[in-house]
Structure formats: structure tokens, C-alpha cells
Write a protein that binds this ligand. Structure first.
Ligand code: ADP
Ligand code: MG
Length: 391
């Protein structure tokens, strides 16, 4: 998917007002009825409908007429809302090239006023795990606000919270700068993912260091759950940085030991294959570096602070309920943990969820709407500031 930030310049205050209205409607509607968008946006003289056309043209919205006439945000639309908010906050001023395509994210460089380059991670939950979502439909049916938008926001919030907490405990992670919606801004890591590295000066030292990180994480009550050569960055000085945290779990998780062992095994396997480190008997190969297989850490032998995770998350404002919602979704992907990108091309069209609403407002929704309208006026004011400055 392209992220043409130039479009930002063509978007007016009203465009953002309507885009924000659709976002709000999506809190209780998978597809937001046109009249509802119009009511939330509150533009005069049918202005909303003209603006909706413009937003469709730029693919910030998706028009759906299957059940009733309505709209939903595309990922691009959600991207723009987050980017605009962060630019308004002065976090960065421009978006540069794409530097990473993860399984469920897109990573871009962004530039600050003084030229500092940061990394922006846009979470895209549901992009590759759509099938997992489908199988969880029963669960989703009871949650009107459950959507890729909600999940991606939670993933970003969790990642941001962890990055901060891990940094405070001196783990080698990017510096967490800011977070909005599904977007995390962090320092740019120099170097490359381990998977691209063919040679190391000191493979055993790096190996020990990496295993040490997994163990120390467990001591702090955490398991990465996707700890592998794709999520470990290394620079020319062979400095390690670990990335990608939305799937982390507590050591008190029922499958904790399995996840821990799997993380450890990934590292053993990678170093065995790539750097010829042998963990068992001497294979008469002079070039092989030996590491004692008994050095494989045992989950049970580690003294773990199992509540650390909960404490950190609570402190960051990430509620238990949000944590459960996200875990429910991620679990399906965790069980198999494939790196397959077979669903990569699935576009926004596929990411719709079963609708569980009738399309008309009930009393509860009307009430919520009133509250949201109140909030909306504050938020929209903040969101549109940039446009005013540009004109
Ligand atoms: P995903 O959850 O989709 O796997 P990651 O956080 O692992 O996303 O990021 C995907 C890729 O983007 C990484 O493999 C790495 O190449 C790049 N990347 C991510 N974060 C940074 C960063 N802070 N600095 C530099 N590159 C990064
Ligand atoms: Mg990754």
C-alpha cells in the first residue's frame, strides 16, 4: 500500500473533520451510516457529502452499500489521522521512505524539524491474520467496537508501553518517542536485522548476549514470543537492538514455557545454521565454535518476577481488558508463528468484520453519540490546526 503524504496537503479542515467523524462512528459501527457521518461532522449545506467524495477519491475511506449506505476508514485514512495528530504535536514534520514491511506493520522514516530521522511503525493488524480473525468471529460478534482499527491501536499502545518500560530497565530497544492511534514513533536503529548478516566477528559473544537478553526478560516477567533473526537488529559495532513487542506475554501465561523455549530455540537454530556454532559433540570441523548444549537456559531455573508485566502496563494506562482483547487476537498467530506472507496482498476490502448492528441508532448509541460529539469538537479543533497553518 502506498502512503502518499502529499495528499495531506490537499486535505482541508473539512476533509479532516469528516474523516474524524467516520473514525468516531466506527467505535460502534463497522460501516458508519452516511447520515451518522453527516451528523457527527455537522457541516452546513450538505457539505459532508461533497467531502466524502473527495476522501473516497484519495482512498481514505471505503464506500459500502451492501447493507445500507455507509463508510469506513481505510488504513490509509487511519494513517493520515495519526500522522496529522503527530505532526500537530510537533513530533515530526515529514514522512520519508519506507524502511520495513513487517508481517503486520509498515515502517517509515520520518524527519524532525532539526533533521533528526526517526522510525514510524504503522500497525496493520488483520493484514495477514485475517483468517485468524475470521475464526474468532464468535468472540468478535459480542464486541461492536472490535475491529482492525481497535486492535492496531492496542498493538501500538502495547508496543509503546513496552518499549518505554524495557528501556527503563536497560534493555537494548529503540527509544520510544510517541504514540497515536496505530502509530508508534521511535528512534531509528542503525544497522540491519540479523537475518541479513552473513558474518560476525564474535558469533559466540553475540550469541551469549542474545540468549542473555531472553533470560533477563524472563527475570523481568516477560517473554518476547517472536524473538528471532528478524526482530534483532545489529550494527557495524555488533551492537544488538531488539524490536517488535506487541506479542509479548507474561511469564505467568499458561503457555509461557513453550514460548520461552521457542524463543531460545530460534536463536540456537539461527546461530547453528548461519554461524556454524555447534552445540553438541565435536564434529571434527575446525571452524565450528562450540557451545555447551547444557548452557541452554531452563525456564524453570529462572527466578521470575511474574507481575512485572502487569505493573508496567497498568502504569502506562493499558487496561487489563485491552490487554485481553489484544491477546485473544494475537494468540491465534502465536500458536503457529509462521513467517509466511501468503496473505500479504490482502487489501482493505478483505478486512471487514461481520456486522452485528442494524444500521439504525438505538438509545445507547444516541447517548454515546452525544458524548462523542462533545469530545469531537475538541479533537477536531486540534486535528485541523495544521491545515490552518498551511494556508
Ligand atoms: P513487524 O511487527 O511487522 O514484524 P517490526 O517491528 O519487526 O514489524 O519491523 C519490521 C522491520 O522494519 C524490521 O525488520 C526492521 O528492518 C525495520 N524496523 C523496525 N523498527 C525499526 C527501527 N526502529 N529502526 C530501523 N528499522 C526498523
Ligand atoms: Mg518483526
Amino acid at each position: 500500500m502506498k502512503l502518499d503524504v502529499n495528499v495531506l496537503r490537499y486535505l482541508s479542515k473539512d476533509d479532516f473533520r469528516v474523516l474524524t467523524a467516520v473514525e468516531m462512528g466506527m467505535r460502534n459501527h463497522e460501516i458508519v451510516p452516511s447520515e451518522l457521518v453527516d451528523r457527527i461532522a455537522g457541516l452546513k449545506h450538505g457539505g459532508t457529502y461533497k467531502v466524502l467524495k473527495n476522501l473516497l477519491k484519495y482512498k481514505l475511506l471505503h464506500h459500502d452499500r451492501s447493507k445500507y449506505d455507509g463508510f469506513r476508514l481505510t488504513y490509509l485514512g487511519y494513517d493520515f489521522l495519526a500522522i496529522k495528530t503527530l505532526v500537530n504535536r510537533g513530533v515530526f514534520t515529514g514522512v520519508g521512505r519506507q524502511i520495513g514491511v513487517g508481517k503486520e506493520s509498515d515502517i517509515f522514516e520520518v524527519a524532525q524539524e532539526d533533521g533528526t530521522i526517526l522510525a514510524m511503525k504503522l500497525h496493520r493488524l488483520g493484514r495477514t491474520s485475517f483468517r485468524a480473525v475470521k475464526s474468532k468471529r464468535d468472540y468478535l460478534r459480542h464486541r461492536s467496537s472490535f475491529s482492525w482499527l481497535y486492535l492496531s491501536r492496542l498493538a501500538a499502545l502495547k508496543e509503546f508501553a513496552f518499549m518505554k518500560a524495557l528501556e527503563e530497565h536497560d534493555f537494548p530497544v529503540p527509544k520510544a518517542i510517541d504514540c497515536n492511534r496505530h502509530c508508534v514513533i521511535m528512534s531509528l536503529v542503525q544497522g540491519y536485522p540479523m537475518v541479513q548478516v552473513k558474518q560476525l566477528q564474535n558469533p559466540e559473544t553475540i550469541f551469549e548476549k542474545i540468549i542473555g537478553i531472553v533470560v533477563r526478560l524472563a527475570e523481568h516477567g516477560l517473554i518476547h514470543c517472536d524473538f528471532n533473526e528478524f526482530n534483532i537488529m545489529i550494527d557495524d559495532e555488533e551492537k544488538i537492538t531488539m524490536i517488535d513487542f506487541p506479542q509479548m506475554v507474561s511469564v505467568s501465561h499458561q503457555n509461557a514455557q513453550m514460548y520461552f523455549d521457542r524463543d531460545i530455540e530460534c536463536i540456537f537454530k539461527f546461530f547453528r545454521k548461519r554461524f556454524n556454532i555447534s552445540f553438541q559433540e565435536d564434529r571434527d570441523d575446525e571452524t565450528e565454535v562450540e557451545v555447551d548444549e547444557n548452557s541452554r537456559p531452563s525456564f524453570y531455573d529462572i527466578t521470575k518476577d511474574a507481575n512485572a508485566l502487569d505493573r508496567e502496563l497498568e502504569a502506562s494506562g493499558f487496561t487489563k481488558k485491552e490487554q485481553n482483547d489484544l491477546d485473544k487476537f494475537i494468540e491465534g498467530g502465536l500458536e503457529k508463528s509462521t513467517d509466511s506472507d501468503e496473505d500479504e496482498e490482502s487489501d482493505d476490502e478483505e478486512q471487514t468484520f461481520e456486522s452485528n448492528e442494524e444500521g439504525s441508532l438505538n438509545e445507547m448509541e444516541s447517548l454515546q453519540l452525544q458524548e462523542e460529539e462533545q469530545k469531537r469538537s475538541d479533537e477536531v479543533e486540534a486535528e485541523v490546526e495544521l491545515d490552518d497553518n498551511e494556508k
